[in-house]
Unconditional design. Structure first.
Length: 607
């Protein structure tokens, strides 16, 4: 293993220095909670009776109070393919806990909405704030003071960040995240995207589109593209919160079952009554947060994590910002090409070496912290090995030196690019981020007239009318957290892709989000400050020349400064109602900017 790269050391030191007071306060909190916040043997008899009344087979062991009781926080529902796999996990985990001399109870459930279902519709405006709701639900689940550890069952976009944010406020407890794995490959993602573009261009019927979508999303497990859900899993490996190699084992396999069993057994080993106590608040430290950012960049992962990772970090008293991501991206090489940054899906990625190959290569090149505390017993190096079933037992093997497929994953000395997949853009429009790992280099700079919208449906209407058939920067504002909950604007990907395919130079500028599946069209997203409340995107007018340059890190309205300063902001649309959106008004009102995590809960808590 090479010595740590000087820039990674410098960024980590910057994070540590910036976080010093908050991190110290957090560690003091979890020390107090360790001493007084979890005292099951001291609870009143009536309290304990309530806690044990719902179980039969474990009651005697629970009543004795001498072994660890594991709280299971689950995001199971059978509408969401990724989380439908968790249906029988709790009953299996209870058996595996007893094998390890522990007990387990379902502490509570958290909501798990599907952005794939709500994409482009009103429900998407609840999506980002579902993360706060999940964090609050996790806190409720763990508030009963009857658990000495926790297993967190969740995979997708807001679910993993929400679980972690809530769990970290109980940082004195050892915890393991338990994924369910991706569905097996169906219609290749590239073919699915092609049908979407044909449909947007009027060259495919709704029946053809539906057939393609069902062929792509066809079974239980996470979607197979490398979007936010699967980027979550990559980051959890790098933070040492999974059993090593657990990310992409398919549901229903012996390997998946044994990894979950091993996670339950491991939880029983890292409780505070043993000699290997590993509370989650110490596992998630500054180095772990930087490691998560590094693997996100090295794999061209989801832009959503430029919101989620700062929020997760804040829950542990750590401050990371977009400048840290930008600095890391300049020296972290791009090691993978997984859709939308390539043609392979995550199953192909796993077969070619997967997260273990990436982590091993980054450690080998001195581009990742190897000295972190993890839930595994062998530190971060264990996450560079591959789990397999051998003689009916779970074991970990070293990987081959060469990639299983160099079109998908490469070694540290032969990357796809010397830089990672993100850049930060700055200018008189504010600060935004851009994912460039899937954008051709000749489109890193776009300079074209603006066409301004306040809703993504307006963009689709203009596209269908032929009004965007030209070089254009599509500006979509009032899409930030305060305005409407910051929905993903993934429905814009097909029409913008069609315009680009027609030869036009096209870009998107928005204070909203794009999905982790955003791809070949340059998109300046998460623009802060947002339009509602006075962000300068509210000054843009149709016809203004907008310069987006990822090479220079520039996002600028090329308007005379005197005229720009004199312009008034446009009038915001009225708050939307329906689909429960009005119930989230308090969260929209009190949330902070995207770069801070877009959270009302963290802002109001002073974290």
């Amino acid at each position: 293993m090479a010595s740590l790269h000087s820039e990674i050391a410098a960024v980590t030191d910057r994070v540590i220095t910036r976080s010093k007071e908050r991190r110290a306060a957090y560690l003091a909190l979890i020390d107090r909670e360790r001493e007084s916040g979890n005292d099951r043997p001291k609870l009143g008899c009536a309290n304990l009776a309530h806690a044990y009344a719902g179980t039969d087979e474990q009651r005697e062991q629970l009543t004795a109070g001498r072994s660890m009781n594991i709280g299971i926080v689950t995001s199971y529902n059978d509408m969401l393919s990724a989380h439908a796999v968790y249906y029988r996990y709790p009953e299996q985990m209870k058996v595996w806990a007893l094998e390890a001399g522990a007990t387990a109870q379902v502490a509570g459930g958290v909501p798990a909405m599907c952005d794939g279902v709500t994409q482009g519709y009103q429900g998407m405006e609840l999506s980002l704030f579902s993360r706060d709701t999940i964090a609050l639900s996790t806190a409720i689940a763990l508030s009963h003071r009857t658990f000495e550890g926790a297993a967190l069952l969740g995979i997708c976009d807001k679910i993993v960040p929400g679980l972690l944010i809530g769990a970290l406020r109980f940082g004195h407890l050892p915890m393991v995240l338990i994924p369910g794995g991706p569905m097996r490959s169906g219609l290749p993602n590239k073919e699915k995207a092609a049908v979407r573009e044909r449909y947007a261009d009027g060259k495919a019927s709704r029946e053809e589109l539906l057939e393609a979508e069902i062929a792509a999303y066809h079974g239980k497990g996470t979607c197979t593209f490398y979007g936010t859900a699967n980027s979550n899993q990559m980051m959890m490996e790098a933070m040492g919160l999974h059993m090593p190699g657990a990310a992409f084992a398919n549901p229903g396999t012996k390997l998946r079952q044994e990894l979950t069993r091993a996670a339950v057994h491991r939880l029983a080993e890292i409780g505070w009554n043993g000699n290997d106590y590993r509370p989650i608040g110490h596992v998630v430290d500054e180095k772990a947060i930087v490691n998560a950012a590094i693997v996100l960049l090295a794999t061209g992962g989801s832009t959503n994590h430029l919101i989620h990772l700062p929020a997760i970090a804040r829950a542990a008293g750590i401050v990371i910002d977009w400048d840290d991501f930008d600095r890391l991206s300049r020296i972290v090489p791009l090691l993978t090409r997984v859709y939308p940054n390539g043609s392979a899906d995550v199953n192909g990625f796993e077969d070619a070496g997967g997260p273990a190959f990436v982590i091993r290569e980054l450690l080998k090149g001195g581009l990742m912290h190897g000295d972190t505390v993890t839930v595994g017993s062998d530190g971060m190096t264990a996450y560079g090995r591959k789990p397999v079933i051998e003689d009916d037992k779970l074991v970990w093997h070293d990987l081959p030196e060469k990639s299983g497929d160099e079109t998908i994953i490469r070694t540290i000395d032969a990357p796809f690019s010397d830089e990672g997949g993100f850049r930060i853009l700055k200018g008189n429009l504010g600060r935004a981020c851009i994912k460039v790992s899937a954008v051709e280099r000749d489109r890193w700079t776009i300079e074209a007239p603006a066409r301004v919208f306040s809703d993504q449906s307006e963009v689709q209407t203009a596209f269908k009318a032929g009004e965007l058939d030209r070089d254009v920067v599509v500006v979509v504002r009032f899409q930030g957290p305060k305005a409407n909950g910051m929905p993903e604007l993934h429905k814009l990907t097909p029409p913008l892709g069609v315009l680009q395919n027609r030869g036009f130079r096209v870009a998107l500028v928005t204070d909203g989000r794009m999905s982790g599946a955003s791809g070949k069209v340059p998109c300046a997203i998460h623009l802060s400050p947002e339009a509602l409340g006075g962000g300068p995107i509210g000054k843009v007018r149709d016809g203004d020349i907008i310069r987006l340059c990822a090479e220079e890190g520039v996002l600028q309205a090329l308007v005379d400064p005197a005229e720009w300063d004199a312009r008034e902001h446009c009038v915001p649309p009225p708050p939307a109602q329906g689909t429960g959106r009005e119930l989230f008004a308090m969260l929209r009102t009190h949330c902070d900017e995207a770069e801070l995590g877009g959270s009302a809960m963290l802002a109001e808590a002073g974290l």
